[in-house]
Each structure stands twice: as structure tokens, then as C-alpha cells.
Design a protein around this ligand. Structure first.
Ligand code: DAK
Length: 259
């Protein structure tokens, strides 16, 4: 599929795929087609055995300044219902491989929700996070009230959602929203480093572990522990588990194949 609003790259580093949002003049505002393209690329990478970790990024000025307000402006509730954008977002959330957001500049509204849908966030010092939908007389609709609250707690989430206030990368780090903050010149390199660390591990174990961590968000402790246990057993069905433990005993680096 030829993309208009994203650039994809699978040659940047072994086992890593990159999706770059590419509507720079509009600060990467997420129009419907852009979201479809992200969904399609993620699905393609999920089905590509060569890919073990995916990075979504924007540019220095903006990761994404939110959903495209100009596209939404005249929509009615019934239009929104018929378009059912949630199908696209749900599909993005279902990506099985780990996804890292490499964020610089504005990361707002749907942009912040997209970053929070990713598994980890690496930010540049210039990143600004916010859910400013309230200023448009709407509210977050793609998980913002839930994922932000789970990440940063009620006090800060409530303030951000009710006032539209932005927080800096440092504040986001302190609040537990993101993994690390680095100078703007190296935020993508830092995300690549993190992705390379993940890509070194067994893809089978990574998939099962990601699934298990995410389970903590939508289940009670007992159910989560039970789910974790099943996935733990499942790891022992892989050749990678034998290789990982054999390599440890033989004092060498393991070679994981994803089977
Ligand atoms: N949509 C459309 N265009 C945008 C945009 C956006 N969100 N953000 C920026 N732009 C455009 C601007 O209109 C401007 O275009 P021109 O005027 O040059 O044609 C260009 O990008 C540069 O922006 P500015 O001139 O405003 O740049 P500044 O540096 O002065 O300000 C800013 C940057 C980020 C503070 C400002 O642009 C801004 O406040 N942008 C809007 C931020 C915002 O309110 N974001 C939340 C949008 S609502 C859903 C899922 C998710 C959502 C909805 C539904 N479903 C699953 C159903 C999400 C909703 C949202 O995100």
C-alpha cells in the first residue's frame, strides 16, 4: 500500500520498523486517512517475521497535535457513529509486537492518546503532553481519560483533562507517563536503542510478556495472575526458551528465532 501521510522504513536497523507521521504543516494532525495508514502499517509489521519492535514517531516540532479539528468541525454525532473511528483505534491497540513512541514537540489530544496506546514512550526535552480537547468543548475519546489516569494518577489527569494544561517532558517523566527524556537531537536514536534491546529478546516471550503486562490494565489481580501463569507456561513451549537457558549455561549470547 502506498502511504500519503506516513513514511515507513524497515531498513533502519535489523528487526526494527519505523512509522513516521508525515503531515508536518498540520503538526501531524490525525485525519482519518492518517489513522488508517498507521493501522495498516502496524498490521503489516505485525505479520512480518523480520520485525520485532516498531517505533512510531513524528518530527521535532510535533509528534501529533491531536485529531484533525478541521475534519471534525462540522461532524454530527451520527456522522461520528457511522465513521466508527474506534474500529481503527481498537486495531492499533491490538498490535502484538511492542510499539515505542518517539515523541518530540506537541503530543496532544489524539496524539497523546496514540502515544499512550504505545507500550513505551521516549521523549525529547521539547515534548509537551496534553489533552486539550476540553477547550474545544469535547473530551478525550480514544482512551485519554483512562490511560492518562492510570499512568499519572487522578490529580494530574483530572487537571490536564479539565483545564487542557500541557505538561513538559520532565513533568511527564516524574508523573510516570513516559520512560525517558533525552535531548532533542537524540530522541529517535534513544528510541532505536530501546527498540534494539527489545528486539534482542525472544519474540515469543516478548509477545507473551507484553500481553500479560497489558492484562493488568483490564483485570483484577487474581485474573491477571492466572493469565500471567498461562503465558509463563507457554514460554516453555518455545525453542527460544531452550536456547535462552542453554546459552546462559554455556556462557554465550543466545540466538532467538521466534519459534
Ligand atoms: N487539527 C487540525 N489542524 C491543526 C491541529 C489540529 N489538531 N493542530 C494544529 N493544526 C494546524 C493549524 O491549524 C495550523 O494550520 P494553518 O493555520 O497553518 O493552516 C498549523 O497546524 C500550525 O499550527 P499553529 O499555527 O496553531 O501552530 P502554533 O505553534 O501557534 O500552535 C498548537 C501549536 C499545537 C498549540 C496549536 O496548533 C493547537 O492548539 N492545536 C490544536 C491542539 C488540540 O486542540 N488538539 C486536540 C484536538 S481534538 C476519536 C479519537 C481521538 C479524538 C477524537 C475522536 N475517535 C476514536 C472517535 C481526538 C480528538 C482531538 O485530538
Amino acid at each position: 500500500m502506498a502511504y500519503e501521510y506516513i513514511i515507513t522504513n524497515t531498513n533502519i536497523q535489523p528487526h526494527i520498523a519505523l512509522i513516521q507521521l508525515n503531515r508536518p504543516k498540520e503538526l501531524n494532525a490525525l485525519n482519518l486517512q492518517l489513522m488508517q495508514e498507521i493501522k495498516h502499517a502496524l498490521l503489516e509489521f505485525d505479520n512480518n517475521d523480520e520485525v520485532r519492535c516498531i517505533i512510531i514517531t513524528g518530527n521535532e516540532r510535533a509528534f501529533a497535535a491531536g485529531a484533525d479539528i478541521k475534519q471534525m468541525e462540522s461532524r454530527t454525532a451520527i456522522d461520528m457513529l457511522k465513521i466508527d473511528q474506534f474500529e481503527t483505534w481498537d486495531q492499533i491497540r491490538k498490535t502484538k509486537k511492542p510499539v515505542i513512541a518517539a515523541v518530540s514537540g506537541f503530543c496532544l489530544g489524539g496524539g497523546c492518546e496514540l502515544a499512550m496506546t504505545c507500550d513505551m514512550i521516549v521523549a525529547s526535552e521539547t515534548a509537551k503532553f496534553g489533552q486539550p480537547e476540553i477547550k474545544l468543548a469535547i473530551m478525550p475519546g480514544a482512551g485519554g481519560t483512562q490511560r492518562l489516569t492510570k499512568a499519572v494518577g487522578k490529580a494530574l489527569a483530572m487537571e490536564m483533562v479539565l483545564t487542557g494544561k500541557f505538561i513538559s517532558a520532565e513533568e511527564a517523566l516524574d508523573a510516570g507517563l513516559i520512560n525517558r527524556v533525552v535531548p532533542e537531537e537524540v530522541y529517535l536514536d534513544e528510541a532505536l536503542k530501546l527498540a534494539a534491546e527489545v528486539a534482542q529478546q525472544s519474540p515469543v516471550a516478548v509477545r507473551l510478556a507484553k500481553e500479560s503486562v497489558l492484562k493488568a490494565f483490564d483485570s483484577g489481580l487474581q485474573e491477571g495472575l492466572y493469565f500471567e501463569r498461562k503465558n509463563f507456561y507457554m514460554c516453555f513451549a518455545s525453542e527460544d526458551q531452550k536456547e535462552g537457558m542453554k546459552a546462559f549455561v554455556e556462557k554465550r549470547k543466545p540466538e532467538f528465532k521466534g519459534v
